[in-house]
Design a protein around this ligand. Structure first.
Ligand code: ADE
Length: 231
């Protein structure tokens, strides 16, 4: 997959996505990550990319033309353009799965108070990573690119690593344990040591349902919530 980020601060994206699994995915060619900087398309000798908002108010607004040219530089026929903004649709695992099927993603990262509204029609999707305001779209782009990259076939070594995980099955994932079997007096649950695959699967399903009802009741199936309420 090809991903381009339109950003004034490419290092904020390039650096975190050079480590760990995504760094390896880039090295192995699963993810090709490029950058397009609006400052390269500024039209004055100060390389200005922002200006005061019409109508007054605090903060600066990113100007339309440098942004437009930076997008045009990387946009192709099959590109899917995403504008990162706290006003967008909330990102989740189902969107990550849909985006992982695209050939080319372009992320537009706003900074300052936002971008000139006339640029927004260039985006296919306005996307938020949660109900809080970041200093810019870059940390949001990192989160989305990370979540999408690990879903590209071949990036995770174990083919089924994403099948049972949190959110994919609509539930949070059951807890994990590794050696030692007893750690500072705390034992690994007996079911996991049984070697009985059916029992282990049942235990995991029950813990996943319990955890979902407790931590994310909004995700829990209705009949599980009712059961909990009757207890
Ligand atoms: N830019 C600033 N805050 C953001 C958020 N929560 N999601 C996406 N982009 C943002």
């Amino acid at each position: 997959m090809r991903v381009d980020a339109v950003t004034l601060f490419p290092g904020m994206i390039d650096s975190p996505l050079s480590e760990s699994i995504v760094g390896r995915a880039r090295a192995e060619g699963f993810l090709e990550l490029g950058f397009s900087n609006p400052r390269d398309y500024a039209e004055d000798r100060h390389r200005t990319v922002d200006d005061k908002p019409y109508g007054g108010g605090t903060g600066m607004v990113m100007m339309a033309e440098p942004l437009y040219k930076a997008i045009r530089k990387v946009r192709k026929k099959n590109s899917f353009v995403i504008l990162l903004t706290p006003k967008g649709r909330r990102f989740d695992q189902s969107l990550a799965l849909a985006l992982a099927k695209k050939k080319h993603l372009i992320f537009i990262c706003g900074h300052y108070e936002g971008i000139d509204e006339r640029v927004t029609p260039l985006a296919d999707l306005e996307l938020s990573i949660g109900d809080y305001v970041l200093t810019g779209g870059e940390p949001a782009a990192v989160a989305v690119i990370d979540a999408v990259t690990r879903l590209i076939p071949g990036v995770l070594k174990k083919g089924d690593a994403t099948v049972n995980e949190t959110f994919t099955g609509g539930l949070l994932e059951a807890p994990h344990y590794t050696r030692p079997g007893v750690w500072r007096g705390r034992k690994v649950p007996e079911a996991l040591l049984s070697g009985n695959h059916k029992r282990i699967a049942e235990w995991r399903r029950e813990r996943a349902e319990e955890l979902t009802v407790k931590s994310r009741p909004d995700l829990a199936p209705a009949e599980k919530k009712k059961k909990k309420a009757l207890k």
